[in-house]
Ligand binder design. Structure first.
Ligand code: AHR
Length: 856
C-alpha cells in the first residue's frame, strides 16, 4: 500500500521580529489578552489527507454499570423473573464463594446474593397482617424462567401485607406519565385475590394510582394494567399488596414506561436513548466488552438465549456482578442500531473467556457451537425471512434484513490459544459470508501471537491518563500502512486525576487531541468509540473487588440523565467531521523554551531498592545533602514502605513506591546518589523536575529490566536505550539539568542526553464538509492561557463572510456535569462575521473551538 502524506500540526519558533510584528498587530486589533500566546495557523487546501470514514464516530454499548438493565432498557422492576437467586452458571461454591474452575470469584456472594434469597424484593407486613415469602426454584411460567415467588398471607383489618420491589437503585417515576404493568400470578388454597399494585416513595406516599387484580385462578395467568404517575421520584418502590388469605405465586412482574423510545415494545428509556441518539453514532459495537467473554464458558454471551419472547429468554449471570435479564436482546440491539441510523458491529464469543477473570478455553474439539453461533448470528441479522434464523427475526416483527456488515471475533483475548480459536471461527465465517468485515482485538495480545490470523480491521483499546492522550496527536503518523486499518473500540481517560472517576473537561480535551490525530490518519483509523458509554450513578460495577477504573459518557438515575464533558466533546467531533483533513501547520512565534524544574525523588516500579548519599547541587552550591542516619525528614513518601537504616533510604515493599523531597522551583541542578536494587523484576527510578504532581524520572532497568529511559509522566523523553540493573549492586547515578536539557550518567558513563520538547498545548485540524459547502476548523487549547491565532487559508474558495462557532470551554479544567448540574459544561453556539481568508481568532483556555466557515 502506498504510504500516504501525513498531516502535522508543526511547531516552530519564528524569528523575534515576526513575534514582535504579530503581537503588535494583535494588540492594535485589541485581541491580545494578558497571558495569551500567539499562534500562526497556516491552512493549505491544496494538500489533502485521506478520506475520513463518514461512520468514523460510533458508540460501544456494553451491559456494564447497569447501563442496560437498570438504564437504557425500559424495565423498571429488578429481578422481575425471580431468577437472581440462581447460582452463577459455570461457577461452583468453594468455601462460601462462587468461583470459576480456575478460582475466579464471580461476585455473586460478594454482592450478597444467596441461592435461597429473593434479592430486590422485600416482604411488607404491618398492623397485624402476616406474610411469608420464599423462592421456588421450579414451577415458574416457563422452563427458562422456572424460578418464581411464593407468598403466603394472612391479611388483617388496618394492616397490609404484600411485597415491594426496589427497582434498580429505586424506580424512577414521573408525575403525569403512564407505566405499563404486567405480572403473572396463580393462587392456591382457594386464593382469588385481590392484588393491589401501586408505586410509592420511601416514606410510603403514593407516586401513582392503583391497579387492582381480581379473580386470580389456580393456573398461571398474565395480568396487565396501567399505573398513572402522580409524583416524580427517582427512588420509588413497586408495591403489590395482597387482599385475600392464602398462597399466591408471582412470576415475571414487569413495569415499563408506556412511552418507550420510538414506541418500540419491550423498548428503551426515552431520555437515555435520546442522549445516545444525540451523538448521531455511525455504528454501534455491542454487546461487549467483557460481557461477551464473561468469567465462565456458560455465561459467555450466547445471543440465542436473548431472542424470542422475553419470558423464554434464559437469564445469565454477567461479568459485572449482576444477572443480565437479556431483555435487551439481539433483536432489540439491532433495532436500536437501525433506529439510530447506525451500522451494527456485533462482537461474538470466540472460545476464550475473559483474560482478567482466570480465563477458560472451550476445547478445540468442542468449538463447533461457538463457530455456529457466529455463523448463525449473520443469518439471524441478514438471512431471508424464510431461513431458519431469519424466520425468528421476522416473527419478532422485522422481516427485512438488518444488514450486519461488521463482526468482531472475540474481545480482549490473548495468546496462541486464542489465535487457534479465532482462525477456526474466522475461516468458516469468511468462506460463508465473505462480504462481512471481520475484526480482531489485539489490545491484550501481541501481533506475533496473531501472526497467522486474517482480519480486515484491528481493534485496539486505550484506557489511560489525560497526559497520555494529550501527547498522542502524532500517534499514527508512522504506522505501517501495510497493516490492516484500526478500529479504536474502547477509548477513555480513566485515571483519577480526571476527577471523581467521572472525567472532566481536561480529560475530554485530551481525548479530543488524540481524536484529531485519528482524523489526520484516517487511512489508518477507520472507527473510534468511547467506553463505557453508560452508567447508572448508583450502579457502577467493579472488577474483582477494586473500584472501577472507568467513567462513562452518559450518567443517569431513575429520572435524570446527563452527559459528561467527554460526551459533549465527542458529540461535537462527530457533528464536525470533515470529509478529509488538509495540511494545517501551527507555529508559536513567541514560544518560550521549557525549563525542567521541580523536586527530586527516588522510587521503584516493581521492586525494592535502596538509596544513599544524595546531593543536589546548583551552580557550585549544595542545595541538599542527604542524612539518613536517623530519619528521612522532609521526604514525602507516596506508596511503598519507606525506612532508614545506617544512612540508607529504603523502599522495602515490592511494587510501586515513591518519595519526594525539595523545592518545586529548583532548576538547573545536578542530582547525584548511589542506588541499588534489592529485589523485584526491574531496577529503580530517579525522580527530578517534579512539580504540580507531574514528574520526570530516569527509569533504570524498566520494561522487565531491559531498558533505561527518561520519562515525563511515563511518556519517554528522547530515546530509551537497552540496559539492565544488577541486583544488590550499588550504582553511581547522576542527573544533570540545564534548562530543557537532561543528561543522565550511570557509573560515570553518559547514558542519555535529551532535550525536552516544548509541550504542545494547542492543536488544530481542518478540512472541508463538501455537502454543506463549509470548511471546518477544530482547535483544542489545553493551556491555561488563551491563544491568539492568526489564521491564513490558502488554496481554498473564499469565505462567504460568516461562520458558525461552537465552543466547549471553562476556566476550570476540572469541571464536569452532574445530575444536579447537567449543563455546567456544554458547547455554546453562535455566529461570527469573518472577512477574507486571513483572519484572527482567539481560542480560550481549556477549550475546544469549532469554526464552520461558509465557502462561496
Ligand atoms: O469498557 C469496560 C471494559 O473494559 C470492557 O468490557 C472490556 O472490553 C475492557 O476491559
Amino acid at each position: 500500500m502506498k504510504r500516504e502524506q501525513k498531516f502535522y500540526s508543526t511547531l516552530s519558533r519564528r524569528s523575534t521580529k515576526l513575534a514582535i510584528a504579530l503581537s503588535g498587530f494583535l494588540t492594535c486589533a485589541g485581541l491580545l489578552v494578558s497571558g495569551a500566546e500567539s499562534a500562526i495557523i497556516d491552512i493549505s487546501g491544496a494538500k489533502s489527507g485521506p478520506p475520513i470514514n463518514p461512520r468514523m464516530y460510533g458508540i460501544f454499548l456494553e451491559e456494564i454499570n447497569h447501563g442496560v438493565d437498570g438504564g437504557l432498557y425500559g424495565e423498571l422492576v429488578r429481578n422481575r423473573a425471580f431468577e437472581d437467586s440462581r447460582p452463577p452458571e459455570g461457577y461452583s461454591l468453594q468455601n462460601g464463594v462462587w468461583r470459576n474452575p480456575s478460582g475466579f470469584d464471580s461476585g455473586f456472594s460478594r454482592y450478597g446474593y444467596t441461592t435461597n434469597g429473593v434479592p430486590f424484593w422485600s416482604l411488607i407486613q404491618t398492623g397485624g397482617a402476616k406474610g411469608q415469602m420464599s423462592i421456588q426454584t421450579t414451577g415458574g411460567i416457563t422452563e427458562q424462567s422456572s424460578y418464581c415467588l411464593r407468598l403466603e398471607v394472612e391479611p388483617a383489618a388496618g394492616g397490609r401485607v404484600g411485597v415491594a420491589n426496589e427497582g434498580f437503585f429505586g424506580i424512577g417515576v414521573r408525575q403525569g406519565e403512564q407505566y405499563r404493568l404486567s405480572l403473572h400470578a396463580r393462587g392456591g388454597d382457594g386464593f382469588k385475590g385481590p392484588l393491589v399494585v401501586h408505586l410509592e416513595d420511601q416514606n410510603g406516599a403514593a407516586c401513582s394510582d392503583e391497579v387492582k387484580i381480581d379473580s386470580i385462578g389456580d393456573t398461571w395467568q398474565k395480568y396487565e394494567g396501567v399505573l398513572n404517575g402522580s409524583k416524580t421520584d427517582s427512588k420509588a418502590r413497586l408495591i403489590i399488596e395482597v387482599g385475600g388469605k392464602g398462597a399466591v405465586w408471582l412470576d415475571f412482574v414487569s413495569l415499563f414506561p408506556a412511552k418507550t423510545w420510538k414506541d418500540r415494545p419491550n423498548g428503551l428509556r426515552p431520555d437515555i436513548a435520546e442522549m445516545i441518539a444525540g451523538l448521531r453514532p455511525g455504528f454501534v459495537r455491542f454487546p461487549g466488552g467483557c460481557v461477551v467473554e464473561a468469567g465462565s464458558i456458560e455465561t459467555a454471551y450466547n445471543w440465542k438465549l436473548t431472542v424470542g419472547p422475553v419470558e423464554q429468554r434464559q437469564e445469565r449471570w454477567g461479568p459485572w456482578n449482576f444477572r443480565r435479564t437479556q431483555g435487551m436482546g439481539l433483536f432489540e440491539y439491532l433495532q436500536f442500531c437501525q433506529d439510530l441510523g447506525a451500522e451494527p458491529l456485533y462482537v461474538g464469543f470466540a472460545g476464550q473467556t475473559c483474560i482478567f477473570r482466570a480465563p477458560q478455553l472451550v476445547p478445540m474439539d468442542e468449538m463447533n457451537w461457538v463457530r455456529d453461533n457466529l455463523l448463525e448470528v449473520v443469518q439471524y441479522a441478514n438471512g431471508p425471512a424464510d431461513s431458519r434464523w431469519g424466520a425468528i427475526r421476522a416473527a419478532a416483527g422485522h422481516p427485512a434484513p438488518f444488514d450486519l456488515k461488521l463482526m468482531e471475533i472475540g474481545n480482549e483475548n490473548q495468546g496462541h490459544e486464542f489465535e487457534r480459536r479465532y482462525n477456526f471461527v474466522h475461516d468458516a465465517l469468511k468462506s460463508r459470508d465473505p462480504d462481512v468485515q471481520y475484526l480482531a482485538d489485539l489490545s491484550w495480545t501481541s501481533a506475533e501471537s496473531m501472526k497467522d490470523a486474517q482480519f480486515d480491521i484491528q481493534d485496539q483499546h486505550y484506557y489511560n491518563s489525560s497526559r497520555w492522550f494529550a501527547t498522542r496527536f502524532n500517534e499514527y503518523d508512522d504506522r505501517n500502512r501495510k497493516l490492516p486499518p484500526l478500529y479504536l473500540g474502547e477509548l477513555a481517560v480513566t485515571t483519577p486525576e480526571a476527577g471523581n472517576l467521572r472525567g472532566n473537561l481536561r480529560a475530554a480535551l485530551s481525548e479530543g487531541v488524540f481524536l484529531m490525530g485519528c482524523e489526520r490518519n484516517a487511512d489508518v483509523v477507520r472507527m473510534v468509540s468511547y467506553a463505557p458509554l453508560l452508567a447508572n450513578v448508583d450502579g457502577r460495577t467493579e472488577l474483582t473487588g477494586s473500584p472501577p477504573p472507568w467513567h462513562a459518557m452518559i450518567y443517569f438515575d431513575g429520572t435524570r440523565v446527563f452527559g459528561t464533558a467527554s460526551y459533549y466533546l465527542w458529540k461535537t467531533f462527530g457533528a464536525n467531521r470533515p470529509d478529509h483533513v488538509v495540511q494545517t501547520d501551527v507555529n508559536f512565534p513567541d514560544a518560550k523554551p521549557v525549563v525542567v524544574a521541580g523536586q527530586i525523588g527516588v522510587g521503584t516500579w516493581a521492586d525494592t531498592a535502596e538509596f544513599k548519599d544524595l546531593q543536589v547541587e546548583q551552580n557550585g552550591k549544595v542545595l541538599f545533602q542527604s542524612d539518613f542516619s536517623t530519619n528521612a525528614g522532609g521526604w514525602h513518601p507516596d506508596g511503598g514502605r519507606w525506612s532508614v537504616t545506617n544512612g540508607v533510604y529504603r523502599q522495602g515493599r515490592r511494587g510501586q513506591g515513591f518519595s519526594y523531597f525539595g523545592d518545586e522551583n529548583w532548576s538547573d541542578y545536578t542530582l547525584t546518589m548511589k542506588a541499588r536494587n534489592t529485589g523485584g523484576a526491574e531496577g529503580f527510578l530517579i525522580i527530578f523536575g517534579r512539580k504540580n504532581g507531574e514528574r520526570y524520572w530516569w527509569n533504570l532497568g524498566g520494561w522487565g529490566n531491559t531498558q533505561h529511559a527518561i520519562e515525563f509522566n511515563q511518556t519517554p523523553v528522547g530515546s530509551p536505550v537497552p540496559g539492565k540493573i544488577e541486583r544488590e549492586r550499588w550504582y553511581d547515578v547522576k542527573v544533570e539539568l540545564n534548562g530543557s536539557r537532561i543528561r543522565c550518567y550511570l557509573d560515570g558513563q553518559l547514558v542519555h542526553d535529551a532535550v525536552v520538547p516544548r509541550q504542545q498545548k494547542f492543536f488544530v485540524v481542518s478540512g472541508p464538509d463538501a455537502a454543506q459547502k463549509e470548511f471546518i476548523i477544530k482547535a483544542i487549547n489545553l493551556g491555561s492561557d488563551a491563544v491568539s491565532g492568526q489564521l491564513k487559508l490558502e488554496d481554498l474558495p473564499p469565505i462567504a463572510g460568516s461562520a458558525h462557532l461552537t465552543v466547549l470551554h471553562s476556566s476550570d479544567p476540572a469541571i464536569n456535569n452532574s445530575l444536579d448540574h447537567p449543563s455546567a459544561i456544554q458547547p455554546l453556539e453562535s455566529d461570527v462575521n469573518l472577512t477574507g481568508n486571513d483572519f484572527s481568532h482567539e481560542f480560550p483556555p481549556y477549550s475546544l473551538t469549532v469554526l464552520r466557515l461558509k465557502m462561496r
